[in-house]
Every structure is written in structure tokens, then in C-alpha cells.
Write a protein that binds this ligand. Sequence first.
Ligand code: PLP
Length: 350
Amino acid sequence: MPLKLTVDADRWRKHVQTFAEATPGLVPVAKGNGYGLTLRKLAHQTEWLNSLGTGVDTLAVGTYNEVWEVATRFSGSIYVLTPWRPYSPEINPEIADRVIHTISRPEDLPLLLERQPGARVILELVTSMRRHGMTPSDLWPTAAAAREHARFEGITMHFGLDGGSLAEVRAQMDAVVGAEAKTVWVSHLSANELAQLRAAYGDITFRPRVGTALWLGDRGALTVTATVEDVHPLERGYSYGYRGRTAMRAGHLVVASGGTAHGIGLEAPLGDTHLRSRALAVARGGLDAMGQSRSPYTLDGKALWFSEPPHMQESMLTLPAGARVPEVGEELEVRVRYTATSFDEIILES
Ligand SMILES: *Cc1c(COP(=O)(O)O)cnc(C)c1O
């Protein structure tokens, strides 16, 4: 049995809708593995959100390769977050009018417009992240060219997760006003920060791009489970695994679905590899003192340990003596990073 994501569909939809209604100008982000939920599901959901009258008329995707998959399921505008480059793939002409490009270097604008006259563009201002973007002095002439030859859709700034973004947006607003932009596309600002910006710049529309908090904001709506595929009793001194390790104590080996191919890694998510907890485990004479690591699998709410690094499809877990021995076919809850996990099955329960 596979690694499975079960979605409590009503609860999930309710969160998504409530979030959209509380977030004016929301631009959902669907990229990569669709935050574990697939791009197609997020595109459908965005179409539904828009149909509710929430004004969600634009969906952001990570790359040009993701455009088509959402374009067939969502009828609004599709904003590509990765900046356009001369090597970017051509857009299917059927949907070219719905695509909004990000321009992060002045020299890319005329090249894009040669290929797609009148293209829709957002210009990117560099932030303290220094990932992509122009300086204000490059922005103004590029904005003038965009106003004249393209459909100028505004300015984007992308911030890290650590706060301080509000001050940075404020510092950049002169550049925005100088570029005669009417819309500013931002990320990782709180509702309160957005409200402050709107109060200070009444003639500018702020559009927050949100992925994680929208799609994964109610974790209780999502359950990830693996299946116990085998259980073997282990005596002290038995050998097991690819590396022929020797059991240091009696217990059980549990083989469960989910491995590196699914994105199950050695590192337990949510900061469990924190140095302090490692040190504590060593002090306790725990399994990691023997070179083993805590796994994201849990049994009866308790974390299990990897017997050895996860395999491609499966993981071998060590059950200490005295623990309840699960049955073959039983499900174990797994804590994963949704953005880095591919599930074999996604089940919607309503
Ligand atoms: C991924 C991304 C977002 C959304 O980030 P979350 O933390 O998932 O909300 C917003 N803006 C840009 C440019 C992104 O790449």
C-alpha cells in the first residue's frame, strides 16, 4: 500500500475559502508538486474560489513548464513567478493573452516583446533576498518602455520569511510611484502589514501571493499515512538491512511504505534534528547514539526510528522492545514536508 495523503475535503475547502475571503487581492500560488496536492487540484480550487466572487482572478505558477497544466483548469490570468529569459519556452498562442510574465532585467523586455508584442508584464524590483530583480534606477526606464509597448501589470517584490518586509516595501515605494505602477505584487506580508500599506498608498493595489498559508494553513485537514508492509521480530545480534547492521537489542523491524522516491528523507521534519534534541538523545543513550535517526513515521503518536537510511520505496523502522507491535496492513501516520513529498495516492474524504 502506498504513501497516502488523505484530505478532509470539506474542512480543507472551508479554510481555503475563509482565507480567500479574508485576503483582498489574493493571488494563490501553485507550483512544484502543488504543495503536495497537485497543480491540477489547486487550479480547480482557484477556479472555484473565483466563482465564489472572491476576486481571485489570477493564479501564480513557479515556471513556464507549469503554465499549461493550470491553464486548462483555471480560466483567469496566469502569472509566472520565474523571470522570463530569452531561453524561456514559447507560450501556446491560445493562452498567451492570459499569461503575465515577470521581467527582472531591462534587456529582457525588448526581447520578450519581439516574440510577443503587447505581452503582459510585471517588473521585478530586487529585495534584500537578492534572488532576482532590478534596482530602482533600472526600473524607471524599463517601466516607461513597458507602459508604452507592453501591458504593464505592475511591480513585484519577493521577500524572505523573516519579517522586516514592511519597512522594505515602504523604502521601495518611491521607486514604485516613480514607475507609475498601479499594482504591487508582494509575498510574505501579514494582513496587518498589508492593511498599513493600503492605508498609506490608497491609489495602489497590493496583491499578496500566498501558497503555504492558503493551501496548507489548516494542517488538521490533512493526514499522511504509510502502510506497514512487514514486521519481523529481532533478537539482539541479528543482522538486518542493506548494510548488514547488527541489532544491539531485541525488538521488531517494521517495514513501511514510503522512501526516498517519495521524498522521505533521513532528516525528520519540523526541526527535530535540532542540536539540542540530538544531544539529549545521545545523553539518553538513544538510537542515534548508535548512528540511527529519528524517522517521520509515528506509531500511537510516538516517533519511530529508522533502522537504516530509507530505501527508494520503503523504509525500515526499529520498534523498541515492549512497544506495541503493529499488524501488516496497519497505517502509520507520517509527518512530511508537503512541498517535497510525492504521494502515491491523494484521497478526498467528504
Ligand atoms: C513560492 C512563492 C510565493 C509563495 O510562498 P509561500 O511561502 O508558499 O506562501 C510567493 N512569491 C513567490 C515569488 C514565490 O516564489
